[in-house]
Design a protein around this ligand. Structure first.
Ligand code: SF4
Length: 404
């Protein structure tokens, strides 16, 4: 009998094009051109296959709870009639079997208006909006096709969602040259409950600008230093503050709880992508590894999701926190770090058999969080969680990098 668990959810690409052209976008600006071959909007026939295939997957694996994250491109380009049909069909199929279905949507927010927000709210769809900070930072990257900044329109979208009492969170791609305190204060005053910062999509072939200017080395950790300053502001804030997913997950893991997600931890990645043509693929972020990199020939029209458990890339993605490089396997903090996000390990020489491009940054951040918690927790909690002080240098030593 298969010991494998079913999926937790699917990222459903209902639109393959976008009304924006963000400079760092892994869909359009990191070397993958495969979106050009995809239908612009998912067809009703693919929606039907997707819902039926998903419901059967839930039945086969006895899943009671499943999540669809509607994504793109820009998912609002699919239009309100599409969304209404999608939600009605999905809810009808899942409710018939008494399965709980959660639906979220990740949008750039530019098209979000009162009518959209009413529809999303009435459909109990959680909204994630991409905002990279105040206008000066956001507009640096998040431009439309005429190269205009989009901050003002995105903020109107956020306000519309808040006015309609939608459940709304914000995703931001971190910029390590920004001031983390100003960023934190900016997002905090927006009045959002859920916030997360994404590590920029880079790998050993596409280095972050900061590592092009100055080589990666244990003594140079600009991303870790940024996160540490953000963590310190957030942790010290005794007032109402947003959850920051990455930090919340790290804290839970340090305290010995089961936690983690695609970027960090020990859990299996149990989300897959479905493209507008029904193609089943591993994490979207892997598109940054090359043109057509995520295509493995599976489609909801012909394949079960369980067949995706055994294709090379989807299997590797699923097990990315269990199957790590030799260096990561020696590392003292591997149970919390999990080798970082798989997309950040890629290089032409070793494939994914590398520590994260952000290895030193992660090490510095995670040891900082652990040591900060040690200073705050009761002796009993420290004892129960088995926490000990661990310096950055200790961890470097565990991977034989102390003298680099
Ligand atoms: S800190 Fe570096 S070596 Fe340790 S698990 Fe993370 S990526 Fe691997």
């Amino acid at each position: 009998m298969s010991p494998r668990k079913g999926l937790n959810g699917l990222v459903v690409k209902i639109a393959s094009r976008c009304n924006l052209n963000c400079s760092y976008c892994y869909m359009y600006n990191m070397g993958d051109e495969s979106y050009r071959q995809l239908p612009k909007i998912m067809t009703d026939a693919v929606v039907d296959q997707l819902i039926e295939r998903t419901a059967r997957h839930c039945e086969d694996f006895k899943l009671r709870d499943f999540e669809f994250i509607l994504h793109g491109g820009e998912p609002l380009l699919a239009g309100k009639p599409f969304l209404t049909r999608f939600v009605e069909k999905a809810k009808k199929r899942f409710e018939a079997k008494r399965m709980k279905l959660r639906i979220g949507i990740q949008t750039n927010g530019v098209l979000l208006d009162e009518a959209w927000c009413k529809l999303l709210s009435a459909s109990s769809i959680n909204i994630g909006i991409s905002i990279d900070g105040p206008a000066g930072w956001h507009d640096k990257y998040r431009k439309d096709h005429q190269l205009n900044g989009t901050h003002a329109k995105t903020l109107l979208g956020l306000r519309a969602a808040q006015n309609e009492k939608c459940k709304v969170g914000v995703l931001s791609v971190m910029d390590a040259s920004s001031d983390p305190r100003s960023m934190y204060e900016y997002f905090n005053q927006l009045g959002i409950d859920d916030l997360d910062f994404l590590w920029p999509d880079h790998n050993y072939e596409k280095l972050p600008e900061l590592y092009i200017r100055r080589s990666r080395a244990p003594g140079y950790t600009p991303f870790g230093d940024w996160w540490i300053r953000l963590f310190d502001c957030w942790f010290a804030d005794r007032f109402s503050k947003p959850r920051i997913r990455f930090l919340n997950q790290v804290i839970l893991m340090i305290l010995g709880r089961d936690a983690g997600f695609e970027s960090i931890g020990q859990e299996e990645n149990r989300y897959l992508i479905v493209e507008t043509d029904g193609g089943i693929e591993a994490s979207d972020y892997l598109k940054a590894c090359g043109d057509g990199f995520t295509k493995e020939g599976l489609n909801v029209g012909n394949h079960e999701f369980s067949e995706a458990f055994d294709t090379p890339l989807m299997k590797m993605h699923r097990q990315s926190h269990q199957v790590m490089s030799e260096t990561c396997m020696q590392c003292k903090i591997r149970e919390v770090c999990g080798g970082g996000h798989i997309a950040h390990r890629f290089g032409n020489g070793n494939g994914f058999d590398n520590p994260s491009i952000y290895c030193f940054d992660l090490m510095k951040l995670l040891t900082h969080i652990q040591n900060t918690l040690l200073g705050q927790l009761s002796a009993k909690t420290i004892r129960e969680a088995g926490l000990v002080e661990m310096s950055y240098e200790d961890v470097l030593e565990s991977i034989n990098m102390h003298n680099c």
